[in-house]
Design a protein around this ligand. Sequence first.
Ligand SMILES: [Fe+2]
Ligand SMILES: [Fe+2]
Length: 215
Amino acid sequence: MMKKKKNDPAEKKEVFEHPQAIEIEKYIKKRLERKRYKHVLSVREMALDLAKRYDADWQRGNLAALLHDCAKWMSPPELYEAAAEYGVQLDEVERENASLLHAIVGAELAVALFSVSDPEILSAIRAHTTGNGSMTLIDKILYVADFAEPKRTHEGASLVRKCAYQELNRAVFEVTRYKIEELLTRGTPIHPKTIDAYNSALRAITESANQPTQA
Ligand SMILES: [Fe+2]
Ligand SMILES: [Fe+2]
């Protein structure tokens, strides 16, 4: 098993003392329930570890992770109201499922409250619940870290944690498969982006398995 790389403490200092990160952390600490706040910090830890492992941009991983659940304190009516205020066009499945809205509204809050303009950070926040068929490296890191951070204790999370540092696309595939199975069991709608994420991750792991090995 590949050993995960440890983050360098100096880089961590740079991450934790980023002025925008400090502002966001204050906001989420105040707004989110304690358990949710701890989850966000744990997602950040895992996202930083994964960013290091896959040579992704640290600050993007840091800010995307801190922001991903920033709208989670809102009730369903507040989320629908905020989506309308920000002029977000919701599709049919989003209109039927308030739990998907915190990701979409969260990206709008990131812009409005913290002047986040980096499209990669906003994309990762938006994609963290449903995934999609063209996820960037930061999208994948946040999607996997959100599902598998160490405070998540269910079976799916520990399975994903095991493969996240070895093969990111495999981890994305397992997260998506788990989410789809869960939605099927509950008999709730599946967002088409989740199906796209599943197909795309499956394609990626199949292609990598078919790569000729170097002699
Ligand atoms: Fe979330
Ligand atoms: Fe989360």
